[in-house]
Design a protein around this ligand. Sequence first.
Ligand code: UGB
Length: 425
Amino acid sequence: MPSLEEELMFPSTPGKYKGQNRHFHRCFASTSTMFLWALFLIAITASYLCFQSFMDNNNSTSNRFFTGHHWEKQVINSAQIHQAHGMSVLVTGAAGFVGSHVSLALKKRGDGVVGLDNFNNYYDVSLKKARKNLLNENGIFIVEGDINESKLLLKLFDIAKFTHVMHLAAQAGVRYAMENPNSYIHSNIAGLVTLLEVSKNANPQPAIVWASSSSVYGLNEKVPFSESDRTDQPASLYAATKKAGEEITHTYNHIYGLSITGLRFFTVYGPWGRPDMAYFSFTRNILQGKPITIYRGKNRVDLARDFTYIDDVVKGCIGSLDTSGKSTGSGGKKWGPAPYRIFNLGNTSPVTVPMMVGMLEKHLKIKAKKNFVVMPGNGDVPFTHANISSARKEFGYKPNTDLQTGLKKFVRWYLSYYGYNQGKL
Ligand SMILES: O=C(O)[C@H]1O[C@H](OP(=O)(O)OP(=O)(O)OC[C@H]2O[C@@H](n3ccc(=O)[nH]c3=O)[C@H](O)[C@@H]2O)[C@H](O)[C@@H](O)[C@H]1O
């Protein structure tokens, strides 16, 4: 068998170098020796980096959750229920927009809450840290970790007997799925399955309420969107992963008796919101005097969203938790049928994007510099509009904040948080 060096010295096309002199061979030999050395160095560096990252992972994992008695005490205290018939809830994505609001609302009424968040850098991490501080001040402990870390989840379920999981951790954003598709698989598929695996084995099994999305209605044209409408035409990978989540949770309900409630959120907005969303980034740009890009559909038709104010969504989440019913399994076995529910949590009155911008201009008292462009083929849908009769019937869901009022509250929060002088986000 030829050595690597020999292989490297002989051209892959036989005869190509025929008749070349010894000088060439020496030269080539020394080049190939250098090449081998370079390979060797690269291999050593790669092994070192792998080892470092392995150590880092291990360290960060152990730092994060095997931190002993004090850490466990914080989890136990935070999970403590302070009201009759209250619940103890693990809120994933607790440093996120909806997660932080739901956590505070639960804590306020005396439920136990433990947060979990991986503080990823999809958007400004300092905003997530600020939300975390707010939660800490209100007696809510947030564990820094990923829903894919099953050891961490097992540990949490071991020390706090959660009655419910409010699963809001996800890779959000419709258009970002084209830039980073794997992050959607990591969080919205793999992370979801890890969480369900641990939940199904927990004793007692918690009831699970989780965030699906209005985007599952995809390219449907029949409005308003009802839960019984088809959801097999997703327009983005984000939507596809949320749709997959609905199917995946169904199997865990069917096989293991987990009580499941999926909530299809409709473009949730408000104070402490997500900087990647249009109403938020438009506000920033308008204040900084920068142009905003407004997408338009075919034939210059304006896009529209059933924008839903955060306080209304929080009420929907809590109503869902309160009516979730019990999981019926234990030890990985199901002892009877458990609830499987899906609800739209929308506002029922869609507003076009230019109208939304007009409201921002009014509250900010600044005219926006608008660029209208044809909606790029990036996963967007032209409109959303929720039928909320199921949620209304089941737990009295009744949104009562219109976009004008909700954006006024958002702008007030934005200016108090960032100030008028918009340097950066
Ligand atoms: O209901 C959901 O399930 C989703 O809601 C949200 O998605 P969307 O409804 O797409 O919100 P958002 O990005 O604010 O765009 C709003 C409008 O502005 C338009 N838009 C957007 C950006 C831009 O630069 N220009 C523009 O016109 C855009 O074309 C659109 O018409 C959540 O982000 C998502 O995580 C998911 O929860």
